[in-house]
Design a protein around this ligand. Structure first.
Ligand code: GLA
Length: 396
């Protein structure tokens, strides 16, 4: 009798140090120099709390074991950065001898994130020139899949520049500098969650971030023997993401103005019945999502502290429904994944993660349900671990 094939197991990405080594090797091959500085910065998975950061609410992301690595060596021509992206197989030159401005770059290209961070440092240095550099970039954070590849790139470049310049920025100032790069140079009006997660990541922990006062509280996550986080890729990369994101953000801002609050999440669920009647249907849906989602994040942090993974899983599912029906940023492929995986015995919960319109679903499952989850979806499944934030790699 033929044996059944073993169930597929989840993918693991090469360790961050292998990505740092790749950037270092490519720098040598491409530019003939040894790295003076290598920085890594992780992507993130948001466990719960999407589209709450720019509404002044709570979020609960974890930094993951997928990083962007930036290796740099002194360049030879004043005012010039030569840059090679290993993953895209592309080269770029940047004139950092002049003040970089958003108008001078094309929005959305990978180089615009780098230009934005460089411009932030130019402003900090107040006229003192940036040194010439040769730079190689390698990343294990997949592009456009809701895992914050852009924040990882921004934070890795900023961390590399801290190393080159021998300075250390205060974490909030660093996150704001990277966020400004994304707003002004890439044209995406993002919140601060991704940059914060990439900077503050802590092994074994999620980060409870209060986006109103920017406090970050690490929350211990279950050990891998108890439960793991899986990512299931919908394979959808939605072009509408950036424009719809900006539109939702504008709707939230107009609702907050009508309700006379600085941010929607200044209100809490008991305020909803009175608030909703004063809003358009579109504003009411966004408001209900933002306020209930932020409350779910607080409940999720409490569930983690109590070790109650069943409750955490329920909250993840409620979050997905709210993002799907009220905020309308899911897509049929993500909905199908969440529905099929959540129904499997043992699985605690699942939801879309990040901005939406495609990308990944995150699943919370005990070890015995992992293979079942891999089996049940025809899609790619990856295992991610809660990991440390941005850092300079040891030299050598
Ligand atoms: C993107 C943005 C974040 C956040 C999420 C949705 O990842 O960069 O600031 O708004 O979407 O939660």
């Amino acid at each position: 009798m033929e044996q059944a094939p073993p169930p597929p197991s989840p993918e693991r990405s090469p360790p961050p140090r292998a990505i740092a080594a790749r950037a270092r090797t490519v720098l040598r091959e491409r530019f003939g120099s040894d790295a003076a500085v290598v920085a890594t910065a992780p992507g993130r998975v948001n466990l719960i709390g999407d589209h709450t950061d720019y509404n002044g609410g709570f979020v609960l992301p974890m930094a993951i074991d997928r990083v962007c690595a930036v290796a740099a060596a002194p360049g030879t021509r004043a005012g010039r950065w030569r840059i090679h992206s290993t993953d895209l197989g592309q080269d770029a030159e940047m004139d950092v001898g002049r003040r970089l401005s958003p108008g001078g770059t094309v929005k959305g290209l990978w180089t615009s994130y780098i230009a934005g961070v460089a411009a932030g440092f130019q402003a900090l240095l107040d006229g003192e020139p940036l040194p010439p550099l040769d730079i190689a970039i390698a990343s294990s954070v997949p592009l456009g899949s809701g895992l914050s590849s852009s924040a990882a790139l921004e934070v890795a470049v900023a961390t590399m520049l801290e190393g080159v310049l021998g300075i250390e920025l205060e974490p909030l100032a660093k996150a704001l500098l990277c966020q400004r790069a994304e707003h002004e140079f890439a044209g995406v009006p993002c919140g601060l969650m991704d940059q914060f997660a990439s900077i503050h990541g802590k092994a074994g922990h999620a980060l409870l971030i209060d986006c109103r006062d920017h406090t970050v509280t690490p929350i211990r996550l279950p050990r891998p023997e108890e439960a793991s986080f899986l990512l299931i890729d919908s394979g959808v990369r939605h072009e509408l993401g950036a424009t719809e994101y900006a539109a939702r953000r504008r709707t939230c801002e107009s609702a907050a103005r009508k309700l006379s609050v600085p941010f929607l999440c200044s209100l809490s669920p008991p305020d909803l019945p009175a608030a909703l009647g004063r809003l358009t249907d579109e504003e009411a849906r966004c408001t209900r999502h933002a306020i209930t989602e932020s409350a779910r994040v607080e409940a999720a942090a409490a569930a983690l502290r109590d070790g109650n993974l069943t409750r955490l899983g329920q909250l993840m599912l409620e979050s997905h429904v709210s993002l799907r029906d009220d905020y309308r940023v899911s897509c049929p492929e993500l909905d199908a994944i969440v529905e099929s995986v959540a129904a499997l015995p043992g699985v605690h919960g699942a939801r879309m993660t990040g901005a939406g319109f495609g990308g990944n679903a995150v699943v919370l499952a005990p070890p015995e349900a992992v293979d079942r989850a891999c089996d049940a979806t025809g899609s790619r499944v990856a295992l991610v671990r809660p990991s440390p934030g941005a850092r300079l790699a040891a030299s050598g």
